[in-house]
Structures are given as structure tokens and as C-alpha cells.
Design a protein around this ligand. Structure first.
Ligand code: SF4
Length: 476
């Protein structure tokens, strides 16, 4: 499922009314430079959800147009979609320029991209791997190999540097293919995507924005106010800026460049002021957790007025492949993160702070399980290799030598259902390290480790997760 397939839905918004009247699309609408992210929670959110159910009649009454929409079924449907958000702790909703955002991998509501998601079964969160859910929630494309930083935790470490391998035309064709299959959110990442700014702008301009939302993952380097405006006009909906610490020196050290902390925060302001929803990507380091500074980070994020804090646990890949023992979180670290996450989710005092999206919690076997390989998300690296997850450098083929759909189908076959076990990136870390020492290029071709990969996917503890238990009536 889209872990993000959250529950918080927006009012049947009429916010585009002004745009329609003026004949301008949302991308073309002028912004006020006082754009703010606001949050819905509590009774207002419940009211919003009820109104969304009314809005859903539009889907229910047009079964040909929305063939995979269901009010309720064993496979999911809108009622389960609403429930899923509560199970995952997504109990608030960000509103920006009249649109509602439930999670980083759900399209803005209302929008044509959201409707397209519904038509493709994107709401059938329990049906990943079946015909009931065809939609990919999130595809992360490393549209450049170049980057001005040298972050310790970069998962693309094995790809960065050198010249571009994947041409503009190739990315354009791949985006079109992703939209044919059905992809809710396409993320332009890298490397640093701002380094390839003209191509990024052209990719956005030429893409079909009614089929997907477009996001960017950036360090903030290379962002200017003017560039932010051009990106919004070209169709960028949201931008996640990497901010790993509340202490400037620690962030700059991790990122390998003085000034990167200030530039990240400046970029957040420019994105928001120019009409692009800003949120933060944060690598959960031991230093940040053990210093107790997660709370200060939350205050900083609130001040920066971002929609989400997407918390990502370190994984043994990229820059962390060789030193996993020093960086992976311990059980105590995770317990501290959970306390932080639960407090921001449950306590009223945090209802106007950014929504904390804790990816490892969502993917825990008791929640949704690992949804790599296109069940919810997948990635294409800077050299065109298709991998099931940015944190799992296992290659299923390269878009420079094969059709994307062929590779995608191969990957889907190898990962037919969610993996309800420890994160496969953690389980395969040692094997990948051994391959790296042996001189195997990253990503490691799937065939080389097929047996171990299959045993993780198929022999893992497939115990039903919380949502599936609810679905089947089992006690959780
Ligand atoms: S491999 Fe790990 S990090 Fe990647 S989707 Fe699965 S659980 Fe998440």
C-alpha cells in the first residue's frame, strides 16, 4: 500500500474555483509570497473525512471510469483507506494552496492525479500485489549522477560523479511509461537534481501533470527563488529538502560542505513562498537521537513551516555499506524515535506541527510490511538501473538496454507481495558488502543473489499485519 495512503482526506475542495474562473491552471496561478502550510486534525479532520465519503460518490457512481474503486472490500477500498491512516498514525493533514496532502506518496487532493490513483486502485491498500491495486505510489528517479555535496549517508554513493549516463529523452520515455502503468508521485532526485536544472524543468514541462504529482528530493543546493518559481510553473507540486540535524555544524559535517544547512533552510522558504509544498527528509542519526535533539528539530521544522518530516532510518547501503555497525540504530534508539513519533501523533499540543512520517514504522511487519519493488514504491538509479528500493541496491535490469516495462514486470514477479519481515536492506547488507569486496558492481544483479533474495521474500514471516487482521476480523 501506499504507506502514505493516509486517512486524512480533504474537504471536497473548491479551491480551484478561482483558477478555473481565471482560466489559469494551478501551476500558473500567481502566489502571494505569504503561502503557509496549515494542518487539520481532531474534529475538523473527522468532518473532512465524512465529506470525503460524500465526495467518493463521484467514484462510486462512475464504475467504468473508476473500476478499482470500492467503498469497502476485503482488498481495501475507501473505508479501509481511512482506517489505514489511523493505524499508521497519520492523524493529521497538511493543507497548502487549498489542496490537501496526507503523506508524501499520496497525490494532492483534489486533483486529476488523485482521481487517476483511485481509478487504478491506489486506495486498495491491502491489495498490493493483486489486480485490485495496479497503482505505484512512488517512483524515485535519480535524474542526475552529479552532486556538489558528499553526504556520508548518500544511498547513491556508488553512482555519483562522472557524466550523465541516462539521456533526457530516456528519462522522458521512462516518465511516460510510469504514467501509463499508473504512478501517483514521481520524484526527481539524484545526485542533486538542481545540477541538471534545465533538463529537470523540461521534463516537468513536457510531462502529463494530470496523471501524477511531481516531487523533488534536493539538498537545497542550487535552489534560488527564481528557479523555485520556474519549477512550480513547470508543474512541480512538492519538494523534500534534506535536513539531517538541528545543529548546523553536525548537518554540514554529515553533508560534507559548510553552508549546506543554511542553504537547505533557505530553499524551504523559497519553495513555500513560490507555491511548492515543502517538506523535510531526515536521516535518523544516532547523534541526533541520543542528543535528545529530535524535539528541537521539530521546533525548527515548525518554524520553517513544512508539511512533513519524513524520518528515514540508516540502512547498510551507499555511503553506509561499509560501516553499518557504527550507524545502524539500536533498539534503544528506535524506542526513543517511537516515543517522539507517538507524542507528535497523539498529543494535542503538537497538532500544528509538521506531520511526522516514520517510514520504518509504516513498513514494520505489524503494519504494512515492506512494499518495495513497485508494490508501493521503487527506484531507478543514476545509471538507469531499476532497483526495488533506494536502500536496496539489487538490480533487475537497466533502462538503457531494455524496455522499462519488461524490467518492471520482472521485478514485480520477484516481489509478488509485501515482505513481512525485517527490512530486506538490513537482511541483505552483509551479502551486498561481500559482493562489493569481491568487486561486483553496484547494484548487485538480482540473478547473483536470487536464492537469498527469494528466501527473504517467500520464506519470511508472513504473519498478517495489523491492517490485514482488521480486514479478516482477526484480533490484532
Ligand atoms: S527494503 Fe527496507 S527500506 Fe526498502 S522498502 Fe523494504 S523495508 Fe523499506
Amino acid at each position: 500500500m501506499s504507506p502514505g495512503a493516509s486517512v486524512e482526506l480533504s474537504l471536497p475542495v473548491t479551491e480551484n474555483t478561482a483558477a478555473k474562473k481565471s482560466g489559469l491552471s494551478m501551476e500558473q496561478q500567481p502566489v502571494t509570497h505569504r503561502e503557509r502550510v496549515r494542518f487539520r486534525s481532531g474534529a475538523f479532520l473527522i468532518l473532512t473525512q465524512l465529506l470525503f465519503l460524500l465526495y467518493s460518490l463521484k467514484y462510486l457512481l462512475q464504475p467504468r471510469r473508476y473500476p478499482l474503486f470500492a467503498m469497502h472490500s476485503r482488498n481495501g477500498g475507501v473505508l479501509h483507506w481511512l482506517k489505514a491512516g489511523n493505524v499508521l498514525g497519520l492523524t493529521r493533514q497538511a493543507v497548502f494552496r487549498g489542496k490537501a496532502f496526507s503523506a508524501p506518496l499520496v497525490p494532492a487532493f483534489p486533483s486529476a492525479a488523485f482521481d487517476r490513483m483511485v481509478a487504478n486502485g491506489g486506495m486498495n491498500v491491502l491489495a498490493a500485489g493483486t489486480e485490485w491495486k495496479r497503482q505505484i505510489d512512488l517512483a524515485i528517479l535519480a535524474v542526475t549522477r552529479r552532486c556538489p555535496l558528499s553526504c556520508e549517508h548518500c544511498y547513491e554513493r556508488y553512482n555519483t560523479g562522472g557524466t550523465e549516463t541516462v539521456s533526457f529523452d530516456q528519462w522522458k520515455r521512462t516518465i511516460a511509461a510510469l504514467q501509463r502503468i499508473g504512478t501517483s508521485v514521481i520524484v526527481l532526485s539524484g545526485g542533486e537534481p538542481m545540477v541538471r536544472f534545465e533538463d529537470v524543468l523540461e521534463l516537468l514541462s513536457s510531462a502529463d501533470k494530470s496523471a501524477s504529482d511531481f516531487h523533488m528530493h534536493t539538498s537545497g543546493m542550487g535552489v534560488t527563488r527564481k528557479r523555485a518559481r520556474l519549477l512550480r510553473e513547470a508543474g512541480l507540486t512538492a519538494a523534500a529538502v534534506g535536513l539531517d540535524d538541528v545543529v548546523e555544524a553536525r548537518h554540514d559535517r554529515l553533508r560534507g560542505r559548510p553552508g549546506s544547512y543554511r542553504q537547505a533552510l533557505q530553499a524551504v522558504d523559497w519553495f513555500r513562498e513560490e507555491g511548492i509544498l515543502p517538506y523535510l527528509n531526515m536521516c535518523l542519526t544516532r547523534t541526533l537521537i541520543r542528543s535528545g535533539d529530535l524535539w528541537r528539530y521539530l521546533e525548527l521544522a515548525k518554524k520553517a513551516n513544512v508539511a512533513f518530516i519524513q524520518m528515514l532510518e540508516p540502512r547498510p547501503c551507499g555511503g553506509f555499506l561499509g560501516n553499518a555497525a557504527d550507524v545502524l540504530l539500536t533498539e534503544d534508539d528506535r524506542a526513543a524515535v517511537m516515543r517522539f513519533f507517538e507524542a507528535t501523533r497523539d498529543r494535542r499540543q503538537y497538532r500544528n506541527t509538521p506531520i511526522v512520517y516514520y517510514v520504518a514504522y509504516t513498513e514494520h511487519p505489524r503494519q504494512m510490511g515492506c512494499m518495495m519493488g513497485g508494490l508501493s514504491h521503487f527506484a531507478i538509479d543514476g545509471q538507469g538501473n531499476v532497483t526495488p528500493c533506494v536502500f536496496l541496491p539489487v538490480g533487475f535490469g537497466n533502462i538503457l538496454s531494455e524496455e522499462f516495462e519488461t524490467i518492471y514486470n520482472r521485478m514485480r514477479k520477484a516481489i509478488p507481495h509485501p515482505v513481512r519481515a525485517t527490512c530486506p536492506s538490513l537482511l541483505l547488507g552483509r551479502t551486498l558488502m561481500k559482493e562489493a569486496v569481491r568487486g561486483t558492481a553496484m547494484p548487485v544483479p538480482h540473478e547473483i543473489i536470487r536464492e537469498e533474495f527469494e528466501s527473504i521474500v517467500h520464506s519470511a514471516d508472513q504473519t498478517s499485519g495489523a491492517l490485514q487482521k482488521e480486514s479478516s476480523g482477526e484480533p490484532s
